[in-house]
Write a protein that binds this ligand. Sequence first.
Ligand code: FAD
Length: 424
Amino acid sequence: MNQTVKIAQTADVIVVGGGMVGGLTAAAFARCGLEVTVLEKRLPAPFSVEQHDIRVSAISYATERMFEAVGAWEAMRAMRVCPFRRMLVWDRLSEASTLFDSKKIDQDWLGHIVENRVIQSGLWQCLQELPNVRLMCPASLQSLSIDDNQARIQLDCGFTLTAPLIIAADGAQSLVRELAGIDVDGESYAQHALVATVTTESSQQDITWQRFTPEGPQAFLPLCGNRASMVWYQSAEVVAELKELPEHEFLQRMQAEFPDRLARLLTLESRGSFPLHWQQAKSYVVPRVALVGDAAHSVHPLAGQGVNMGMLDAAALVECVMDRYHAGADIGSLRTLRRYERWRRGENKLMIKLLDGIHHTFQDDGDAAGGMERAVLKTARAVALRAAGNVGPINKLCMRMAMGLEGELPALARGRLPLREMPA
Ligand SMILES: Cc1cc2nc3c(=O)[nH]c(=O)nc-3n(C[C@H](O)[C@H](O)[C@H](O)COP(=O)(O)OP(=O)(O)OC[C@H]3O[C@@H](n4cnc5c(N)ncnc54)[C@H](O)[C@@H]3O)c2cc1C
């Protein structure tokens, strides 16, 4: 007879999803002294010296400081990270452009391009060294129930886990969000993202390129050595066609479509595509459950802000929860969690709207945009880009925003763990 094993285990916090945002959330809580259990449904792919992960993220300065604060940044640097100091953005129709340069705001770099696998591995190395973290992988949850004092999770393997607080870091299709009865607003974009890792004749130096074209934005991101990540936002049909081309034809097409000034493409290492949408949970919290990262929101990736927004969620949540923990209060109560929601939901909503607005302003909507409308949009793009490039304070503000240095920053984003202040 098949007997189900039922073992009850308790923790202060259970983090569902050991991806990038879940990894940081768990490491930060553990560094603050809480007992943390992490549930992840699949083992992360190991770091490979030869093979780059096709998914890369532009990590802001604020996110880097969070990795430093939890002790994961050194491990990531030891694997592979690529700093960029400049970012060139231009519009193909008006030829207006803007250069952002970290020197103008006295910073060494604007950010780093890091493979998602490196981020996750760096955080997992850190989690594995912490005695108050229990990593359960592969583990999949089956049910969630919430009562006045605790939340209870039932796993497929028969385990039962309880904690006063469950954190949903299980991505855009979050099961925890669904089980908690939280709905989402959102919309799919017509475009998909085609992503390719290529080798190039020369190295990419320290600059990222982003060009807006009527068909969709194109980005060229430096990776270590003679490698780069190319992203092209295009209709699903074009993306499907590009993915099927033989390697040499694909490289020829990318070389022809991307700006002349980029290095010559030599080989294709990998390519893939991602559908795009924006999404925001109608609520980030219910009693005993808080959503972070893509479980709470997804954005158009054209400005590389998704992971960075998720990391700020993690930092704000840890700060709100630790404040109440030090005060001896219930860390899973709605009162504790509402402060986190007020802090992050409004900021994330603004970013979703901003990125959606950029997408539509730079997108030629074909027949939807008449000649007059197109001319107005072209002028608006040129004015916006020139203002961002030539008006010193606007240029600096844009850079500080992209680096995550503006707005109400949680302690972790300033490089500090929110530990209890010691009495003088
Ligand atoms: C083409 C593209 C380019 C992008 N570029 C950038 C960029 O440059 N910069 C940037 O900041 N963002 C970028 N993003 C966005 C970024 O990838 C996401 O915001 C980020 O992956 C979200 O991280 P997360 O940890 O919240 O979720 P995920 O990365 O989706 O991780 C969720 C984790 O939860 C696990 N999980 C899921 N369900 C369960 C379950 N039931 N039980 C247990 N575990 C579960 C999954 O296995 C996974 O490990 C890009 C996105 C795309 C599509």
